[in-house]
Design a protein around this ligand. Sequence first.
Ligand SMILES: [Zn+2]
Length: 397
Amino acid sequence: MMHFTPQTPIALPGMVNAHSHAFQRLLRGRVQRRLPHRTDSFWTWRETMYALANQLDPSALEASARLTYAECLEAGYTAVGEFHYLHHPVGTDDDGLAAAEAMIRGARQTGIRLCLLAAAYERGGFGEALTERQGCFDTKSPEALLSLVDKLLAIVAREGEGRIAIGLAIHSVRAVPPAQMSLLAAGARARGLPIHVHASEQPKEVQDCLAATGHRPIGLLAEAGVLGPDCSVVHATWYDDADLDRLEESGSGVIICPSTEGDLGDGFPRLAAMHARGIRLSIGSDSHAVIDPFAELRQLETNGRVASGSRCVLADSDGELRGPLEAIGSRHGRRALGLPETGHGDGLVLRAEARFFAEVPDGDRALAALLGGHAGLVDRVEVGGELLVEGGRHLHL
Ligand SMILES: [Zn+2]
């Protein structure tokens, strides 16, 4: 029997949570029950989420961001893409600036790197007006959203704080008509901003889009000129080969959120097909039912195995799994948020003395953690060279 002795520290690049709705962290544990004689689904979950969104004021929004991002840092995430669409929390009647500033304040209190993606949200569904409960998301027009984006860019430029960046999001093909999507994408590109959009998360969304427009969601995004190397499609769970062609040819990235997609019963993406085409994948914790990059990477790979009946689905051409998993957890996410792919002094160190690593060969410990580890293995986390987490706890919060 070998004796386990801790060796050199196990360092990883900072993980990137490329898709977050921080306020949804407040739903954790509260949405895991089904009413008798009722089928619970994404669509019933959404009603509960709307009820929460209509209760929060800017200070509650700021507190949710602080809580979520502190937990992200403790789990090893050093950057987060906040897909921000709760523009009008309780007590505000403005252009969305108060809510966006609340999110930025929450992030600054934790020290995480934030890309705040201001999300356009104009209608309730294909040919449907916003409902009363969706009023808190309303961005009215592309011009109004781009005006908010310009104000945020001016704030970030004026304050010169290197950890806050701005991007643009299109909530979904349900919530924004095609002509407006084109204007928004052009506006983002004129400003050099990353573009994110939810698409093809649910079969019903694909069916409704086909019925209303004659296109599937990813086809509609292609028609509207949204796809491109600066565009990240969030979820992309339900696609056909033509959708894959469009993602591949346009150079778009895909952000998969395995724990949330599992929580909501969205489905499995055909991971092996995406990976074989070289589509750039990254991860997000989305609704924050789980905040743990190791859990996301594991669920991504193991779902791919279950769906394909094979092993090591995300491996590179040499059969190695570490490089692709590390890229999906870190480098590709940075790219999705418009950050330089490496550097910045963002990184983490795992607890080499943890029993998890006993009997694992030195050269395999990082891969073992990426595939089978958990957030409890994180010891230290640095952002921009600043130590923020030690012993798995945020130093200030
Ligand atoms: Zn989302």
